[in-house]
Design a protein around this ligand. Structure first.
Ligand code: UT7
Length: 328
């Protein structure tokens, strides 16, 4: 039987600074009560001014490589999923090796918004199973505070900064990537968008004055799509593997909103609610990093027995969505 790609090490990094709901009450017309009841969020982390996406990604990457029992020189490809790159170019992935000393690695960014970690997992799986690369460092890193408008209460309460990483290889012990399902649909691209700064609307004094370099989201609409797409992606994975819900030990949904997580949970009636892993209350929505940070915390906090399965799912701008099953 051909060997399957595995996650052989994980890591995550959260900046020190905590932004609480009370802090947000002083910035916009909101309340701790509104934020907790509508999102489940209590606090989120915010990077220091001099701390960039590549720094957070490298910090998470270093931990993942160490956790895998490898040296940075063993990494031959670095994939960075982010929608808040240090620059439009060069890629953030090219900046990470300098910090890590992974000098022989090829490096590239990918942009699938909040689904970035799962898109990167799928690509890494394909690369190692086809023996094009041996040890791939997947990083998801976001400095969402750099594109968040702290005068817009409908978005600024939601987002936080942070990074996650994992090493994918055919060798070593870890979580086998049994299945990844991905999807995309650009029909409603404007519902969750950073309007300016690209080739359609290059930066100008007008775009700055109009606040078009900040995240814009039609939250209500996005909410409905998020629930439907994540449920369907999870069920596609289960169907492909011939698995029942009770064969899943943990579900890690994208940490966008506790109500979205609860709505997905309701659609999995055989999955006990205590088996749905949540970090949204303490980190908010960290976009591409979200499921990766949660996976790293799950592996640190809980004992996962051989044969147990973890289901990851994410949804984001694009729209993009996906799910993956990992087997211990
Ligand atoms: O990561 C990618 C995926 N992201 C998501 O999936 C996010 C999806 N959307 C959401 O999580 C929710 O839609 C939000 C949390 C963004 C908003 O919750 P909602 O229950 O959909 O509220 P809403 O947008 O319908 O707004 C309800 C009311 C409005 O007031 P009116 O028009 O009813 O008077 C808003 O102006 O709540 C108001 N509001 C706030 N009030 C206090 C919006 N933001 C706030 C706020 N504090 N921070």
């Amino acid at each position: 039987m051909t060997k399957k790609a595995k996650i052989i090490g994980t890591g995550s990094y959260l900046p020190e600074r905590v932004l609480t709901n009370r802090d947000l009450e002083l910035m916009v017309e909101t309340s701790d009560e509104w934020i907790v009841s509508r999102t489940g969020m209590k606090e989120r982390r915010i990077a220091a001014d001099s701390e960039y996406t590549s720094d957070m990604g490298a910090a998470a990457g270093r931990l993942a490589i160490g956790n895998a029992g490898l040296k940075t020189s063993d990494i031959d490809l670095i994939l960075v999923a982010t929608l808040t790159p240090d620059y439009l170019f060069p890629s953030t992935a090219c900046l990470v090796p300098k910090a890590l000393g992974a000098k022989k690695a090829a490096a590239v960014d990918l942009q699938a918004a909040c689904t970035g970690y799962l898109y990167a997992l799928a690509m890494a799986k394909a690369f190692v199973e086809n023996k094009m690369f041996k040890n791939i460092l997947v990083i998801a890193a976001e400095k969402l505070s750099s594109i968040t408008n702290y005068k817009d209460r409908s978005t600024c309460v939601l987002f936080g900064d942070g990074a996650a990483a994992c090493v994918i290889s055919l060798e070593g012990k870890g979580l086998e990537i049994e299945c990844v399902k991905l999807g995309a649909d650009g029909e409603q691209a404007e519902l969750l968008i950073l309007p300016a700064g690209g080739s359609r609307l290059p930066a100008s004094t007008e775009t700055v004055a109009a606040g078009q370099h900040y995240i814009k989201m039609a939250g209500n609409e996005v909410f409905k799509h998020a629930v439907r797409r994540m449920e369907a992606a999870c069920k596609d994975c289960l169907e492909e593997l011939g698995l029942k819900e009770i064969e899943i030990s943990w579900l890690i949904p994208h940490q966008a909103n506790m109500r979205i997580i609860d709505a997905i949970a309701k659609r999995f009636e055989h999955l006990p609610s205590e088996r749905i892993f949540k970090t949204v209350q303490k980190y908010g929505n960290t976009s591409a990093s979200s499921v990766g940070i949660a996976l790293d915390e799950l592996l640190k906090d809980k004992t996962i027995e051989k044969g147990e399965r973890i289901l990851l799912t994410a949804f984001g701008s694009g729209f993009t969505w996906g799910a993956a099953v990992l087997k211990a």
